[in-house]
Design a binder for this molecule. Structure first.
Ligand code: GSH
Length: 202
């Protein structure tokens, strides 16, 4: 299988960390892709023109990051990152959705600030996205106990979301009013899968 990826995408990082945690990284061929290049053929694999996109050996393509991660999770017989049933499943999916929401809002802010022509910058939109991130982080601070439990897609996505805030918004101190979340991330970020995938500015 072949993963179309870009080096700074936090959604790609979710897949990278998931593959590493499951011991599947070796089974993936990695194809660098710039989703912002209008000449790139990425839309042939993902009509949304977004990374990550996973091209399977039969030519079928999977997207988005959550679907790809769940597919990888289906390829092994160990403890699942997507719990199959019960309260643990809904907790994991809920926090996964919350962390994905942080990423969607943070990426929207970055696009507004760095890709949109500066004369069209829409401050209210930026603030609206920042408020989504703030509320989601506050909810994570209240739910930090759940993050201490066994590894699921929720922890991985929260870890990638916090790493992305550090990477793209280093001046906005999300840790200040959230000591429990900060302490959790301090430990989580030490995992080899996270250390190996720290984003670097191009
Ligand atoms: N919901 C998607 C989001 C993926 C996404 O937004 N990827 C960004 C890079 S971080 C992208 O490819 N953007 C290009 C575009 O929006 O056209 C997922 O989970 O995979």
């Amino acid at each position: 299988m072949l993963l179309r990826h870009s080096p700074t995408s936090p959604f790609v990082r979710k897949v990278t960390v998931t593959a590493a945690e499951l011991g599947l990284a070796e089974r993936i061929a990695w194809k660098p892709t710039n989703p912002w290049d209008p000449n790139d053929d990425l839309p042939d694999d993902n009509p949304m023109g977004k990374v990550p996109a996973l091209v399977l050996d039969d030519g079928e393509t999977l997207f988005d990051s959550g679907v790809i991660c769940e597919y990888l999770d289906s390829l092994h017989d160990g403890e699942k990152l997507f719990p199959a049933e019960g309260e643990r499943r809904w907790q994991a999916l809920r926090l996964h959705a919350l962390a994905d929401g942080i990423l969607e809002a943070a990426v929207a802010r970055l696009v507004e600030r760095s890709r949109r022509p500066s004369e069209l910058y829409w401050a209210e939109w930026d603030t609206r996205q920042a408020e989504k991130v703030r509320r989601a982080l506050d909810m994570l601070e209240r739910n930090e106990g759940v993050l201490e439990e066994r590894l699921t897609i929720a922890q991985i996505t929260v870890g990638c979301a916090l790493g992305y805030l550090d990477f793209r918004f280093p001046d906005e101190d999300w840790r200040a009013a959230r000591p429990r979340l900060a302490a959790w991330f301090e430990t989580f970020a030490q995992r080899p899968s996270m250390q190996a995938s720290v984003p670097k500015a191009a």
